[in-house]
Design a protein around this ligand. Structure first.
Ligand code: URA
Length: 433
C-alpha cells in the first residue's frame, strides 16, 4: 500500500474513506514507522470526523482476535478509567459486578508516568498472573464471573503499534486517536455495556473539565454507534482517590472497600459505576435504587469472597496474600508527616503525590522500568478534615531512610492547610450518556 496519498489528503484536511482507513490498518505491520508517524501527526492536527473515527476503531478491533463468550443470561460489562493517582476502583468493582450477576472480562493496563496501572497493583499479590490466554480469560469469566488481566498478544495488535509510535511522536493527546485506541480494545471484549471514568484535574490525562467532556462525548457517541451501551462519568482528579497511592498499599485499600471499610470517595465511585451498569443493562431503572442494590451487595461479603475466587483462578497464593494483608508495612522504611498547625486540609496535590510515588520506585519513567510494589503513601488526610499540630497528614513507604526522609518533605509540600473549612469537593461532576 502506498500511504503517501492518505498522508497528503489528511495534511490538507480532507476526509479519508472508510476503505482507506481499513486498508491502512490491514497493511500496518508492513508500513514504515516514518510514514505511519506522519499520518498520525496529520490526524493530530486535522482530526478525524465521526465516520472516520468509527472506521478506524472497527478496523483496529478487527486487527486481532475478538474475545467470544457463550450465550449466557449474565451481561458482559466493563469499566475503563482514563487513569489517576490512587485510582484502585477496578479492584473492588470487578468482584462486585460479578456478585451482582454480570460477567466482567476486564482487560487492563500498566502504569506509565504518574498514573498507576491496575496490572502493576495486582502483581503485588503473591503468585497473581496477569498474562492469560483468550481461552483462560473465557474460562475464568464463565466460572468466577470476573477476570482482570492484560491484553493478549493477539488482541488489537494495531493499537500496540500505533500507541508506541504516538508515545514517541507527541501524538497521544488526540481525541479521535484516544477514542479509537480505547474503544477498539473494549469492542474486542464483546461487551454489552461499558462505563467510562473520564478524569480531569492536575493528575489526569485531560487537565480541564472541558477537554475531559470532549473526550467523553467522543467515546460515548462512537461506542453507541458501534453497538455498545456506553456512559461516561466525569470525575475530579485534583486530589488522590482514597488514602493510598502505590501498588500494594492500593490493593490493601481495595480489600478494605470490599470489607465495607475504607475511604468514602473510593466506595462512592465503586457504587456509582456498578449502579450505572445496572441501569445500562436494564437490571434497574432508578439510579438511587441501583446504588442501594450495589451497596447491599458490597455489604453482604459476597464480593470479598468473589475477589478471593478470582485471585485463586489467576494463580495467587491466597495464604501468602492474606498474611501479607496483616502486615503493617511491606517497604523497609515508613516515615509519617504531621501537621504543624491547626486548621483544615485545603488540598492535596494529586500530581505531586503521583510524582512522588513514581520517584520512590512505584511507577515507571519508561515502559521498561521495573516497579517496586511495596512503596507509596498511605493514611493521606482528606480535603476538609480538621487537623491539629501533630495530626498525621500521611505516611511515606520507601526503600531507604534517605528516600523516606526526602519523600516526607515532598509529601508535606503537597498539602495545603488553612484556617477555614474549604468548600466541599464534588467528586462526580457529570454523567454523559
Ligand atoms: N489509553 C489508551 O488505551 N489509549 C490512549 O490513546 C490513551 C489512553
Amino acid at each position: 500500500m502506498n500511504l503517501l496519498p492518505l498522508i497528503e489528503a489528511k495534511r490538507e484536511g480532507r476526509v479519508l474513506a472508510a476503505q482507506q482507513l481499513q486498508q491502512f490498518i490491514i497493511e500496518l505491520p508492513a508500513l514504515p514507522d516514518y510514514q505511519v508517524a506522519a499520518l498520525l501527526m496529520a490526524v493530530y492536527f486535522r482530526g478525524l470526523n465521526a465516520d472516520e473515527t468509527a472506521a478506524l476503531t472497527l478496523a483496529m478491533r478487527d486487527s486481532g482476535d475478538v474475545l467470544n463468550f457463550p450465550e449466557d443470561p449474565r451481561p458482559l460489562v466493563d469499566k475503563h478509567s482514563t487513569g489517576g493517582v490512587g485510582d484502585k476502583v477496578s479492584l473492588p468493582l470487578a468482584p462486585l459486578l460479578a456478585s451482582l450477576g454480570f460477567r466482567v472480562p476486564m482487560i487492563s493496563g500498566r502504569g506509565l508516568g504518574i498514573t498507576g496501572g491496575t496490572l502493576d497493583k495486582l502483581e503485588s499479590i503473591p503468585g497473581f498472573k496477569v498474562a492469560l490466554s483468550a481461552e483462560r480469560i473465557r474460562a475464568i469469566v464463565q466460572e468466577v464471573g470476573c477476570v482482570i488481566c492484560g491484553q493478549t498478544d493477539r488482541m488489537v495488535p494495531a493499537d500496540k503499534r500505533l500507541y508506541a509510535l504516538r508515545d514517541v511522536t507527541g501524538t497521544v493527546p488526540s481525541i479521535p486517536l484516544i477514542t479509537a485506541s480505547i474503544l477498539s480494545k473494549k469492542l474486542a471484549e464483546s461487551l454489552k455495556a461499558l462505563v467510562l471514568d473520564v478524569k480531569f484535574g492536575s493528575a489526569a490525562f485531560m487537565q480541564s473539565e472541558a477537554e475531559a467532556r470532549n473526550l467523553a462525548e467522543s467515546m460515548v457517541s462512537l461506542g453507541t454507534r458501534c453497538g455498545m451501551n456506553v456512559r461516561a462519568v466525569l470525575t475530579d482528579m485534583n486530589v488522590p482517590l482514597g488514602r493510598t497511592a502505590g501498588n500494594w498499599l492500593e490493593v490493601k485499600e481495595a480489600v478494605e472497600c470490599l470489607e465495607g471499610r475504607g475511604p468514602d470517595d473510593l466506595r462512592e465511585l465503586v457504587v456509582c459505576f456498578a449502579a450505572h451498569l445496572l441501569l445500562q443493562t436494564g437490571q434497574a431503572n432508578d439510579f438511587t435504587m441501583a446504588c442501594k442494590q450495589a451497596q447491599t451487595c458490597l455489604a453482604s461479603g459476597e464480593p470479598r469472597r468473589k475477589w478471593n475466587q478470582m485471585l485463586a483462578a489467576q494463580g495467587a497464593d491466597l495464604k501468602a496474600f492474606e498474611s501479607q494483608l496483616l502486615k503493617e508495612q511491606a517497604a523497609p522504611v515508613v516515615a509519617a508527616i504531621r501537621s504543624d498547625t491547626a486548621g483544615f486540609v485545603q488540598s492535596c496535590d494529586a500530581r505531586a503525590v503521583g510524582e512522588l510515588v513514581r520517584d520512590l520506585g512505584g511507577g515507571r519513567l519508561t515502559k521498561e522500568s521495573k516497579v517496586d510494589p511495596s512503596v507509596g503513601v498511605d493514611q493521606l488526610a482528606k480535603v476538609g478534615e480538621a487537623v491539629r499540630p501533630g495530626t498525621t497528614l500521611g505516611r511515606v513507604h520507601a526503600g531507604t531512610p534517605a528516600e523516606g526522609e526526602a519523600g516526607a518533605t515532598r509529601l508535606r509540600a503537597a498539602f495545603q492547610i488553612g484556617s477555614a473549612a474549604p468548600a466541599q469537593r464534588v467528586l462526580i461532576q457529570e454523567v454523559l450518556r
